[in-house]
Design a protein around this ligand. Structure first.
Ligand SMILES: [Zn+2]
Length: 247
């Protein structure tokens, strides 16, 4: 008795259970897709699609920073930052469990001083872009993974540089040549870690969504009707991505 992949029209056999953590309801290709995007068949929203939503959400948050539910959500994201534990460099992450890697992402955002309002804006943007999608995937998993992927990109890598001296190749008597060595590490944007990050963010923003999402939508519609599409997800001068070297 064989089980087949649940994606309609796929026809490949479903995966046998293994230790990789991929979903056994799907074939390898679709299980992998689910792991990366939160849906077995629908991909992630492109930056050009989601950025106008991020920008509208952020601008709305900047104008309404005094609202109770805005402060509540921003405070909860700050709580995630501070509850994230010590900053862990990206090359040390592979040994950790997904829940711990999720927490480490919040510590990473704290470390890079990413404005928490940008993070709240991501959740609002994902709510809106899915709401406007004519062929949406309406699962909470997809929503969480879509938000987490954006948040993940806001501070994901660890970069190191150091100087290395090498003897002069032709004239050993001359001073050594100094090379700048650079290395970057990026944690994988896939798997259960994204579900945890998305779940954390959903919990931080859900009451803001309940109370104000419609206003944010209205704000974006208004802006769109004025023909002012924003392509950057945030204005210049807002701290969105750390450039720290070393630890
Ligand atoms: Zn399949």
């Amino acid at each position: 008795m064989y089980a087949y992949c649940r994606v309609i029209g796929c026809g490949r056999p479903a995966r046998a259970g293994t230790s990789t953590g991929l979903d056994t309801r799907y074939c390898r290709v679709h299980a992998d897709h689910l792991s990366r995007h939160g849906s077995a068949y629908k991909g992630s929203y492109l930056a050009k699609v989601i950025n106008p939503y991020r920008r509208a959400a952020l601008d709305w948050l900047l104008v309404h920073g005094d609202l109770f539910w805005v402060k509540d959500a921003v405070g909860k994201v700050e709580g995630l930052y501070h509850g994230g534990g010590p900053h862990i460099e990206a090359f040390r992450l592979p040994g950790l469990k997904p829940r711990e890697r999720g927490k480490a992402q919040w510590a990473r955002l704290r470390h890079h001083e990413v404005d928490p309002r940008l993070v709240v804006a991501v959740w609002l943007a994902v709510e809106m872009v899915i709401g406007d999608d004519l062929q949406p995937v309406s699962t909470s998993q997809y929503k969480r993974v879509q938000a987490a992927k954006v948040v993940h990109r806001m501070a994901s890598g660890t970069h190191k540089s150091w100087e290395q001296e090498r003897p002069h190749p032709a004239h050993p008597g001359l001073p050594p040549i100094v090379h700048i060595q650079k290395l970057s590490w990026y944690p994988k944007s896939r798997g259960r870690v994204l579900r945890y990050i998305g779940e954390d963010l959903e919990r931080a923003a859900e009451l803001l969504v309940d109370h104000h999402l419609e206003e944010v939508r209205e704000y974006k519609r208004e802006r769109d009707s004025q023909g002012k599409p924003a392509t950057r997800p945030y204005p210049k001068g807002i701290r969105a991505r750390g450039r720290r070297m070393g630890t």
